[in-house]
Design a protein around this ligand. Structure first.
Ligand code: DC
Length: 226
């Protein structure tokens, strides 16, 4: 039996659109580690609430939904992510801006965060874990092997999100996206429970103007130098 705290964790935190998801996936693939996309769990809570008609103000019901989430993560034949909620493929629904905004709202509720804590920690399995989120280094894995706070300028993050959505055939205005990103940053940073901020021992990595490959390589270099 392994002891969970002996399993290495690379925590990658940062604001929306900083490229965390992509970088975390690349780093996990390169190291052969498991991947935790914690944002997807908050998105799934918001989505479950919508499906079952639970108000985003009903903290107790939301915490129950979070506790009982029947979710599985996988990938299709091309290696693209797939997410199922009780046997229903919700991959596309989870990635909508609506689910993101809902996630940011339910993420302010302390009982929801508490309900997701153990589920997130259970992803810590050998040979290691790359954990992507807002509070991986500060709350969920305070003993992480390496903590990275990945950031990028607000303009660049809005531009990236715009391109991502456009590639999926969704037409959203850049100005509206910038406003959404600023609102979400504010909500995520100003909430009283587990606010978005770098852990004291995190390394700050600004990805503005850098390619995905360059940022991935920096992280891998840091891992190699541990
Ligand atoms: O990374 P994302 O866009 O999928 O996250 C969606 C929302 O979930 C984000 O606005 C804040 C919340 N979140 C959180 O509070 N803590 C995490 N560890 C991950 C996400």
């Amino acid at each position: 039996m392994h002891r969970r705290r002996d399993v290495p964790v690379i925590a990658i935190d940062g604001p929306s659109g900083s490229g965390k998801g992509t970088i975390a996936r690349r780093v996990a693939e390169a190291l052969g580690y498991h991947l935790l996309d914690s944002g997807a769990l908050y998105r799934l809570v918001a989505l479950s609430a919508q499906i079952s008609g639970v108000s985003l103000e009903n903290a107790q019901r939301l915490a129950e939904l979070a506790h009982d989430l029947d979710v599985s993560f996988g990938s299709d034949a091309r290696g693209d992510e797939q997410i199922w909620l009780a046997n229903e493929d919700v991959t596309a629904l989870v990635r909508t801006e609506d689910a993101g905004a809902g996630a940011s709202t339910v993420a302010q509720i302390s009982a929801v965060r508490q309900a997701l804590l153990e589920r997130q920690r259970a992803f810590r399995q050998p040979p290691g874990l790359v954990a992507d989120g807002r509070d991986m280094g500060t709350h969920v894995f305070p003993d992480a092997t390496l903590k990275i706070f990945l950031t990028a300028s607000a303009e660049e993050r809005a531009r990236r999100r715009h391109k991502q959505l456009k590639d999926k055939g969704l037409d959203v205005s850049l100005a509206a996206l910038s406003r959404d990103i600023e609102d979400r940053d504010r909500r995520d940073s100003e909430r009283s429970v587990a606010p978005l901020r770098p852990a004291k021992d995190a390394r700050i990595l600004d990805s503005s103007g850098q390619s995905i490959e360059a940022v991935t390589q920096t992280v891998l270099d840091w891992v190699a130098s541990l």
